[in-house]
Design a protein around this ligand. Structure first.
Ligand SMILES: [Zn+2]
Ligand SMILES: [Zn+2]
Length: 130
């Protein structure tokens, strides 16, 4: 079995971070500007980091859909019919998931009216997904 942690793949620099560290950097888990700058200096590692970032992005995209509430749930949330603890989950999800935010915005438009949702307001800024 291949253990990624501690594995050093950079042939040029012994000081370059290992795979696990690069992954943490790509994920934003590890915030280390000095290390990021060092990786930027190394063609091998910055290329590797870009690749890992891409992987992470597509992974997150799939996760979005995996944890997405159904349209019914969104509608229920919009109508205020969800129990508070689920409403909180949906509210948080809408702030991080552009897919559902877009769907929710659609509900808003079709249901509309004076009682328009007054929430965090980030759901209107649907950025294009890569
Ligand atoms: Zn390197
Ligand atoms: Zn979602």
């Amino acid at each position: 079995m291949d253990d990624l942690s501690g594995k050093h793949f950079c042939p040029e620099h012994a000081t370059c971070p290992d795979e696990a560290t690069l992954l943490a950097l790509a994920d934003g888990e590890l915030h280390d500007p000095a290390l990021a700058a060092q990786v930027g200096q190394c063609a091998t590692c910055s290329h590797r980091l870009a690749h890992l970032r891409q992987l992470q992005a597509s992974l997150h995209q799939r996760l979005y859909r995996l944890f997405c509430p159904s349209s019914d749930t969104l509608l229920w949330y919009r109508q205020g019919w969800l129990p508070p603890e689920r409403a909180t989950l949906v509210e948080h999800h809408l702030q991080v998931c552009p897919h559902c935010a877009a769907e929710f915005a659609l509900f808003e438009r079709s249901l509309g009216g004076a009682d328009a949702w007054q929430g965090p307001g980030r759901y209107t800024s649907t950025r294009p997904i890569r």
